[in-house]
Design a protein around this ligand. Structure first.
Ligand code: FE2
Length: 447
């Protein structure tokens, strides 16, 4: 590959897109390495495994960032020491050299890795769920005895109060565009409800509160013309409007109350909660998405608040900050509950890295003002919260993320004290190979 200037490179005759350059490029090896090199000190209270999924095209080539084969990178932290393992998710899409169909089993399984009821699922929103174990071995596809038909979201929500997993699957082709799934704390599917949408939309994520789920029907819509041309079948069609749908968690399609909002797109909410008749959602909202095609990620999200007044039937939309960020997370113990703290990753703004920036934000969700953790030459990574055992404050713990040092060409698991957020990281755990910029992951405490 020859790089001529930022964002322009060629491999043979074809231009190499940004999503295969630099630290977006895949890695070739599956490794197991113990006793990683550490700068600083890993707090000994941290005991568990951080797993992160991402896009790693097995052939070295994919037509879109989101199409690479799923590879999970895991760092195990115990007694102040760290070990690393990475593995592809073994699916038919891997065996086929990355080629995919719409068959639910044909998943790249590349977007998230989530543990519920002791089982670990690797997820990608256009296909079915796959299961892996703590050793990153693929156990197979899971459809809950046929209860989940078709696609399953990469962003299920784990309720910290009930232990339930709330989820959905969406389809771009009707007649059924959306289905809600609720799993009990043992992992059993206990509710499955079709939800009416006027058209097929890309629904990447959703929101929960103590008593509700909130759907985001946003106008990245199925486009038959694009599908016929063999392109990714999504287009930005703001004329179709945008809506929020508020539904009781045990409710059904008939219970959904829809509220019109301004067209915009949210890949990732920060968190949501309810206060009486008011539902407050904090989200990373962009003015549009994919307006220039499926690989157009030029529109950048900023922090917004949507306040739904169920009594008055209104939604108030407020931009809280103009910093560009996404990959939002909160303390997992506070998902769907009131908290004033959310974490986001700055979005990159250069042609060769439109995705990952070098600042991490700890937002005050009331004021919209962040504390900034500046990483210098290190870019990237969804900030995931590790609670301090026995801690009670919302921010009593650490933020971890995979960062890539563009100056040193090496990757690290960065551990930041969430209560000394602007300070130096407490540890930089250097991985034995580059960890490409990826999607989502989770902290899985031992036991
Ligand atoms: Fe996502």
């Amino acid at each position: 590959m020859t790089t001529t200037e930022a964002g322009t490179a060629t491999e043979g005759a074809r231009e190499v897109p940004w999503h295969l350059q630099g630290n977006f490029a895949p890695v070739e090896h599956e490794l197991d390495v113990a006793d990683l090199q550490v700068e600083g000190e890993i707090p000994v209270e941290i005991d568990g495994q951080y797993m992160r999924n991402g896009f790693n095209p097995v052939t070295g080539w994919s037509d879109h960032w989101f199409f690479g084969n799923g590879m999970v990178h895991a760092v195990d932290l115990r007694d102040g020491r760290a070990s690393y393992r990475n593995r592809y998710v073994q699916t038919p899409a891997l065996e086929q050299g990355g080629a995919m169909s719409m068959s639910p089993a044909d998943s790249p399984a590349n977007t998230n890795v989530v543990r519920h009821a002791g089982r670990i699922f690797v997820l990608e929103e256009a296909h079915g769920a796959y299961e892996i174990d703590h050793g990153l071995h693929t156990l197979g596809m899971e459809d809950w005895d046929g209860g989940v038909v078709g696609a399953f979201t990469a962003h299920p929500k784990l309720c910290p109060t009930t232990g339930e997993m709330l989820a959905f699957g969406y389809n771009v082709v009707g007649p059924e565009f959306l289905r809600y799934y609720r799993f009990d704390p043992s992992g059993a599917l206990v509710q499955s409800e079709p939800i009416t949408l006027p058209r097929g939309v890309m629904m990447h994520d959703f929101n929960i509160t103590a008593n509700h789920v909130i759907w985001m029907d946003l106008p990245v819509c199925f486009d038959l013309d694009l599908a016929v041309k063999g392109e990714a079948p999504f287009g930005w069609t703001p004329d179709n409007g945008a809506r929020l749908g508020v539904m009781p968690r045990t409710g059904s399609d008939a219970d959904v109350r829809w509220f019109e909002i301004e067209p915009g797109y949210v890949f990732h909410p920060v968190n949501s909660h309810e206060e009486g008749d008011t539902i407050v959602l904090t989200v990373c909202r962009a003015e549009h998405a994919m307006a220039g095609g499926f690989d157009d990620i030029s529109a950048k999200a900023t922090l917004w608040r949507w306040t739904v007044d169920l009594a008055a039937g209104t939604v108030t939309e407020t931009q809280l900050d103009d910093r560009k960020s996404d990959f939002a997370r909160v303390n997992d113990a506070l998902v769907g509950l009131p908290t004033n703290i959310g974490y986001t990753m700055q979005l990159g703004t250069t042609p060769d890295n439109p995705s990952m920036g070098n600042e991490v934000y700890k937002y005050d969700l009331t004021t919209g003002q962040p504390e900034v953790h500046q990483m210098g030459s290190v870019c990237g990574g969804e900030p995931v919260f590790i609670p301090r055992p026995g801690g009670t404050a919302d921010d009593d713990g650490w933020i971890v993320l995979f960062g890539y040092d563009t100056a040193e060409d090496r990757s690290e698991l960065r551990i930041i004290d969430a209560r000394d957020f602007t300070g130096a990281p407490v540890a930089r755990v250097f991985t034995p190979q580059r960890v490409p910029y990826g999607a989502h992951g989770n902290w899985m405490p031992r036991g």
